[in-house]
Design a protein around this ligand. Structure first.
Ligand code: ZN
Length: 276
């Protein structure tokens, strides 16, 4: 039976002389690999349709083994502005790469599809800088994967983790699930876990920014350095949980830890009153 579905292109690889193997993210079928026969020919109905960031309408007959042919593909929603701006383009590719890592063949991914589509909409025509959009996507992505780091409470005992008076850094351990209170941090260190520290401003902003209304956020844009520090936290946390570094993150995380103590205090962010 032919399955019509929405799709986002995750990967495309030349196949034979004129075809492409495409990997798609679909809401109902999860990740799907298909062969688009003759897609490289300019006369092909797939030529130019199979491009990054657009929401596609595709049809194919699922097969138990081997690659099923893509029967039709058209644009449901084009996101043309993405390709003109490098930061948005790179952020968009990171979103697609994260979806590729998270999605499984045959397992429906309606929430991931919705999350990725929304982020691409905002990257295409939104009010926020690309890095900030990516930060928001990563936070919701970690939540969807069930590995969101504890930011305001202790990951181990669940208590609200108070900041010791005068301290600007608090214990944090990816292996323990995020922020730790001083008692649990000592316990984790004793049991041989790696426990570092992160600036409290970074954790507080990482907690508040993703739930804020975009228009409010646009009025009080967080400092660029703070955004990069939160993305650094997300990136290294994802690294830990995915156990491999994404291609798109290699350069970003190849630099020294943006939250290392020698980088000095982090800029703070005071969210405006959020009526949502
Ligand atoms: Zn604790």
């Amino acid at each position: 039976m032919t399955v019509p579905t929405q799709a986002l292109l995750l990967r495309r690889t030349p196949f034979g002389e004129s075809s492409l193997v495409v990997r798609l993210l679909t809401p109902d079928q999860g990740r799907v690999d298909l062969v688009a026969k003759g897609a490289y020919r300019t006369t092909s109905r797939f030529f130019a349709v199979l491009d990054w960031f657009h929401t596609l309408q595709v049809a194919f007959k699922p097969r138990a083994h081997g690659l099923a042919p893509l029967q039709s593909a058209s644009w449901e929603k084009r996101r043309k502005q993405m390709t003109g701006l490098r930061a948005r383009y790179v952020a968009g590719l990171t979103v697609l790469e994260l979806c590729d890592v998270a999605a499984q063949p045959g397992s429906p991914e309606p929430q991931l599809f919705k999350l990725a589509s929304r982020c691409l909409d905002h990257l295409n025509g939104g009010v926020l800088p690309a890095d900030l959009e990516l930060l928001i996507f990563e936070a919701h992505f970690l939540e969807l994967l069930g590995v969101a780091p504890a930011l305001m409470h202790c990951a181990s005992c669940g208590e609200h983790a108070d900041t010791p008076h005068g301290a600007d850094r608090v214990p944090f351990s990816a292996g323990s699930g995020g922020r730790l209170c001083p008692t649990c941090a000592r316990g984790a260190r004793r049991s041989g876990r790696r426990v570092g520290t992160l600036p409290i401003q970074v954790l507080e902003a990482a907690h508040s920014i993703p739930s804020m209304v975009r228009n409010l956020l646009a009025c009080t844009l967080p400092d660029e350095d703070l955004v990069l520090r939160i993305r650094d936290l997300h990136g290294r946390y994802l690294d830990y949980h995915l156990e491999s570094r994404l291609r798109s993150q290699q350069t970003f995380l190849g630099t020294t830890h943006r939250n290392a103590p020698e980088r000095g205090p982090a800029p703070s962010f005071a969210p405006p009153y959020n009526p949502a």
